[in-house]
Design a protein around this ligand. Structure first.
Ligand code: SF4
Length: 322
């Protein structure tokens, strides 16, 4: 039997941002999950649910308010600045917007080579060869090396962003909505490229997205976030076949089905009601104001994330009752 090795443990992670004297936006509020080596964990939810903050806090780009992130046995938020180099070499990010995430004044060669310079990995001819190799790996070629980002299409710029992330040979990459700014026709190409790279380089991904359509193809497991909380976490297949949280069901119902007859038959779940403030969230279930099944207990007590089936966790008082 294959042993599954955990690469990242996120334990009770909280990240609050101060917005006034005694006011905080609770962007991530007590979130726990693991990511195994070689796995892709999808993290999905509407804009503002905390998924990107969660990814950036895991990478150490934000400090934690509470909780811990253990990477290969090391609590990365307890590291001193001079001890962080090894971690930053092993963990990288691909940003959402390929238009703004590349320095417009740098050539493609320098954008890709910058990480190698910072980590003193390659010099001279070897550096040049490595940049050519990376361009080739992401489907570009060495003629592109002296060009600037504005000379490329959105999909090509995202390929440059991927090459930049790969340049220092990381183990783990946070893919922060890497396809949402791209044309639908290009999205599948980038997802396929990321999957190929994962296989060939044994990468581990946290893949962040705001809808569930593409995440199905790339993720082994999927976590659904709502207003700073993780509300459902299970394998990709189980989530699509047997969603248990009403919010997950609403997200799934929004995915278009290619078959027009099936699409017409499908029942779209439209969410009504206000999204509560993440500065002062309600004491009970944060989804209660939009949940058609809400009962009195839902507004009184926060439902914990519990394992209701093997590897299927859900935070809902009434899971399996509707
Ligand atoms: Fe809806 Fe209650 Fe479940 Fe929250 S706990 S999702 S309000 S049924």
């Amino acid at each position: 039997m294959q042993t599954v090795e955990v690469l990242i443990e996120v334990n009770n992670l909280k990240k609050y941002f101060r917005v006034g004297r005694n006011a905080f936006v609770k962007a991530v509020d007590d979130v726990s999950f693991n990511i195994c080596k070689g796995e892709t964990l999808g993290l999905v939810g509407e804009s503002g649910c905390g998924k990107t903050t969660c990814g950036k806090t895991i990478l150490g780009l934000y400090s934690t308010t509470d909780g811990e992130v253990i990477f290969d046995g090391v609590n990365i938020h307890a590291l001193r600045p001079n001890e962080k180099t090894e971690f930053t070499k092993r963990a990288q990010i691909i940003f959402q917007d390929p238009y703004s995430s590349l320095n417009p004044r740098m050539t493609v060669g320098d954008i890709i080579g910058e990480g190698m310079d910072i980590h003193h990995l390659y010099k001279g001819k070897e550096r040049e060869e490595k940049v050519f190799e990376l361009l080739n790996t992401v489907g570009l070629n060495k003629e592109h090396v002296n060009r600037f980002p504005h000379e490329f299409s959105g999909g090509q710029r995202q390929r440059i962003g991927i090459a930049r992330a790969l340049a220092i040979e990381p183990d783990f990459i946070v893919c922060d909505e890497p396809i949402s700014a791209l044309d639908v026709s290009i999205q599948a190409q980038i997802v396929n490229l990321l999957m190929e790279l994962q296989r060939s380089k044994d990468l581990t991904y946290l893949f962040i997205a705001h809808n569930l359509s593409m995440i199905k193809y790339i993720s082994d497991r999927v976590g659904v976030m709502y207003l700073g909380n993780l509300v459902e976490l299970t394998t990709s297949a189980e989530l699509y076949d047997n969603p248990l949280h009403p919010y997950t069901r609403a997200l799934l119902s929004a995915i278009p089905i290619p078959d027009p007859q099936e699409e017409r038959r499908k029942q779209r779940i439209t969410l009504h009601g206000e999204i509560p403030s993440s500065i002062n969230p309600p004491p009970g279930c944060r989804f209660a104001s939009r949940c058609q099944f809400a009962k009195e207990i839902c507004t009184r007590a926060m439902p914990p994330l519990v394992e209701v089936d093997k590897e299927h966790f859900v935070a809902c008082h009434l899971a399996r009752q509707f």
